[in-house]
Design a protein around this ligand. Structure first.
Ligand SMILES: O=C(O)CCC(=O)C(=O)O
Ligand SMILES: [Fe+2]
Length: 347
């Protein structure tokens, strides 16, 4: 049996994850990024990723939700982490702008919950940041998380039927498209945490296990600045892999990977701004497309709002200094209607 060093330090086997976390978190000295997996270039010495062949057919909803044609998506799985999936930025730049704006302008609005609620009530955070002549940077930096759908309870870690609001339709549709492409059947987006990181922010090692349904995958969308994402095993004794996540990347933690320890030890300046990439017109098929949740016309008009560069510039200034991560889970079991519905005993 391994022994820990002192009374207050974690057992030695848990220190393996912590050691890697501290290494990448450090500013003095700066860590080497040589071992960080960058699927953009796939240059790691032993190729630890396998490119997955897409099994599904084209989804006509994709362009409306800001996604490129599904046949062009680059999907990876990791040899060291079975069922951890990475889709390298499948978004159009219009799509990235759309999702960034949603996370700033709309999702933190009431009745959704944010960390600022612990201090004071703000009805419309984004608007309040621009109440005066200048942007209130202090208030802008205060926002660390917003919860949607079933609200994550940070103290008890227990979801509650009384503590939920409607889940954004466009996010449900986005997850439906991605999950179908990956071959997951029946995924329902029911809870989300939107994380807002600034340069220097970190997220410590944890597993996400509050959901009743741990068979369903977890979807994680990243926008803005880049991050080092650490993922290990079911306890902290496995040396985690470090993966570079850039704007637009989607991480899916499914099956064996769903309950793995993970963390964000560092935010890195993005080397490019895919959300501002000049892009030709992406045609949207208007007729004969079957959406499950959204109103197509509404979404197309919202997407168009970002054509106005002056409007967009406020959101742009934010993501030039921050990273946004949308972390989406299914809470209920497959045939469960609510948390009070206890008849369900299957997954
Ligand atoms: O920011 C990330 O990439 C991960 C966020 C996360 O793990 C969480 O919200 O549970
Ligand atoms: Fe997490």
């Amino acid at each position: 049996m391994l022994e820990s060093k002192g009374l207050n330090s974690p057992p030695i086997q848990d220190q393996i994850f912590m050691r890697v976390f501290k290494y990448y978190k450090s500013n003095k000295p700066q860590p080497s990024l040589e071992q960080v997996l960058n699927c953009e270039y796939n240059t790691a010495l032993e190729v630890p990723m396998v490119q997955k062949q897409i099994i599904s057919k084209e989804d006509l909803r994709a362009s409306t939700l800001g996604l490129q044609e599904c046949k062009n998506w680059k999907i990876f799985e990791f040899e060291r982490h079975p069922r951890l999936i990475l889709i390298k930025n499948p978004f159009t730049s219009y799509g990235q702008k759309f999702w960034i704006r949603k996370c700033l302008e709309e999702y933190p609005k009431k009745p959704n919950k944010t960390n600022i609620d612990l201090e004071r009530h703000i009805e419309y955070w984004w608007q309040e940041c621009f109440e005066g002549n200048e942007c209130d940077k202090k208030l802008q930096k205060k926002l660390r998380w917003t919860t949607l759908g079933y609200h994550h309870n940070w103290d008890t870690k227990v979801y509650d039927e009384e503590n939920k609001n409607s889940f954004p339709e466009e996010l449900s549709e986005l997850c439906d498209i991605v999950s179908q492409q990956l071959g997951f059947v029946g995924f329902r987006a029911e809870a989300a945490i939107v994380n807002y990181y600034h340069m220097g922010s970190t997220l410590s090692a944890h597993t996400d296990h509050s959901e009743l349904n741990l068979q369903a995958p977890l979807f994680s969308f990243s926008f803005g600045q880049s991050a080092i994402f650490l993922i290990g095993g079911h306890n902290k004794s496995l040396e985690p892999s470090a993966i570079l996540l850039n704007s637009g990347d989607i991480v899916v933690m499914s099956k064996e990977a769903r309950l793995c320890y993970h963390a964000v030890p560092k935010i890195l300046p993005a080397s490019t701004q895919p959300w501002n990439k000049p892009e030709g017109y992406i045609s949207i098929k208007k007729k004969g497309v079957n959406y499950k949740y959204i109103d197509q016309a509404k979404l197309i008009s919202e997407m168009g709002l970002n054509n106005d560069n002056q409007e967009w510039s406020k959101f742009n200034s934010y993501v030039e200094e921050s990273r946004i991560n949308i972390n989406i889970r299914q809470v209920l079991k497959q045939n469960q209607k609510s948390l009070l519905d206890c008849n369900s005993n299957n997954t």
